[in-house]
Ligand binder design. Structure first.
Ligand SMILES: [Fe+2]
Length: 481
């Protein structure tokens, strides 16, 4: 309220600001961009950049744009006063009008109390757009119109992107749910002895192929969603199909091939219906039980051979998914040159998907760890080019991972940049104080050169870190829960 009241006062008085303290890293328009815009509005304003991370590159860029100085966090109060004093002597005014732009509440309150205590007039805002709004009250009508135009077109652009993303999320969630319904139906038919036709599966897989081919990764993000253990075979089948299609896209497969690969992946574990009683046991299996589970590729082949409209590749994939590079797999122990190409992709994706989801006898591994485990220990088991393709498609921080940025914000990886695997696209979900953002913000780390990933976070640990038990629901609120 205090801040708002200040804004109105500022607009009414239309007096110019003397000094702006501007945070370098803010969600939305960052400090460097805001600095540029402020210089355009009023080149006389003195700008001091503030940041917890005084990186040389940022200092140089801000100075190039006309920022006078750089203040690093935690603050040295004496330095703040000496900066204000030097501005006082430049401007020849005792009482300065100061604008503090920082998305961190603590900084705004701290600076306001500190500087008002010295008799200055202080306005605080939490982002670059609000800063421009405040400043336009202190400049000429022409400048003001220009800023309004820019801010409006930017806001409209952002609002449109948010709407489009929400729409995509809704559609993908609906498609994912539809795929689960289909797999449930098909597995039930298999259990009862006869899958009517592969047509329904190809129809849903085609929709998945269209969605993934458009460059939208929302389905891949959904793969990471937590599921109940009793549903694991359904979600596993859909997830393996999504990830296999993704690898197929990386291998430049055409649409027909992608659908064939997707259907093969979708049905790869259909033979499990014959051993489900054992697979559902809430404990680690005995060697005897495990031998029975290892028969599911044989059952899968038998089931699919009787189905209408099903490709030979799908049958081979169900049969060969557990064969490995040098003949270490089952049921036949054949080597890679004899293993169907789809079965090789599905075999690898199957391992990645299983590692990233919990089983009754073990916890899940976070995506980055699962990827590292595959790279470290699966080179003897899978063809290197398929491992590489999975890595290229999902990224070093695989799509769906949760990461912390050096701005202390937390977000979910929603897209990989193949040329810069360490700089994916991220949907920021929590601000630097751990508060959930009302509207998640998308950043492309290739474009936002100032932001870096500090570490991947295990979602299970996020719960205790944020001190909440509803973290998972919260994280997924934007995809339909
Ligand atoms: Fe399997």
């Amino acid at each position: 309220m205090v801040e708002l009241a200040n804004i109105y006062k500022t607009k009414k008085e239309k007096k110019a600001f003397h000094l702006v303290f501007l945070d370098v890293r803010m969600p939305g328009m960052d400090g460097v961009e805001t600095c540029r815009a402020i210089r355009e509005i009023d080149p006389r304003i003195i700008i001091i950049m503030i940041s917890a991370y005084a990186v040389e590159k940022e200092v140089k860029e801000a100075q190039r744009l006309g920022a006078l100085d750089f203040l690093s966090k935690p603050f040295d109060v004496k330095r703040i006063f000496s900066i204000v004093e030097s501005v006082q002597s430049r401007k020849g005014m005792k009482r300065q009008r100061i604008l503090v732009v920082d998305d961190e509440t603590y900084t705004r309150v701290f600076m306001k109390e500190l500087l008002e205590g010295k008799g200055h007039e202080v306005v605080t805002v939490e982002d670059g757009y609000k800063a421009l709004e405040v400043l336009k009250g202190a400049v000429t009508i022409e400048r003001r119109k220009e800023v309004e135009r820019k801010a409006l077109s930017f806001r409209e652009g952002v609002a449109r992107l948010v709407r489009e993303r929400e729409e995509r999320e809704k559609l993908s969630q609906a498609l994912y749910d539809k795929a689960i319904v289909t797999v449930k139906k098909v597995l039930k038919e298999a259990e009862e002895g006869n899958i009517e036709s592969g047509h329904e599966v190809s129809k849903i897989v085609e929709e998945m192929v269209d969605s993934l081919s458009s460059g939208d990764n929302t389905l891949v993000v959904l793969v990471n969603k937590r599921t109940s253990e009793e549903n694991y075979l359904y979600t596993h089948s859909v997830n393996v199909a999504i990830l296999s299609i993704k690898v197929g896209l990386g291998l430049d497969y055409g649409k027909d091939k992608l659908i064939d690969l997707g259907v093969s992946a979708f049905l790869h574990d259909v033979g499990m219906v014959k051993v489900m009683e054992i697979a559902k046991l809430p404990r680690r299996l005995t060697p005897r039980e495990y031998e029975k589970i290892k028969k599911h590729p044989i059952y899968g082949k038998e089931i699919l051979e009787k189905v209408r409209d099903i490709s030979k590749s799908a049958i081979q994939t169900a049969y060969q998914q557990h064969e490995r590079l040098r003949g270490q797999g089952y049921p036949e122990g054949i080597r890679a040159c004899k293993i169907n190409g789809y079965a090789q992709i599905v075999g690898l994706v199957d391992v990645y998907e299983a590692l990233t989801h919990p089983r009754v006898y073990r916890k899940r591994f976070p995506p980055h760890e699962a990827m590292r485990m595959i790279v470290d220990s699966s080179r003897d088991l899978f063809s290197l080019h398929i491992i590489k393709e999975l890595m290229r498609e999902l990224g070093t921080y695989p799509i769906g991972s949760i990461v912390r940025l050096d701005s202390r914000e937390i977000g979910r990886v929603i897209g990989a940049n193949k040329r810069f695997p360490l700089r994916p696209r991220i949907l920021i979900l929590f601000d630097r104080d751990g508060q959930r953002l009302k509207e998640p913000k998308e950043v492309d780390l290739v474009k936002s050169g100032l932001l870096h990933i500090v570490e991947p976070i295990d979602e299970e640990k996020l719960e205790s870190e944020l001190g909440r038990s509803d973290w998972w629901i919260n994280l997924w609120r934007s995809v339909g829960e």
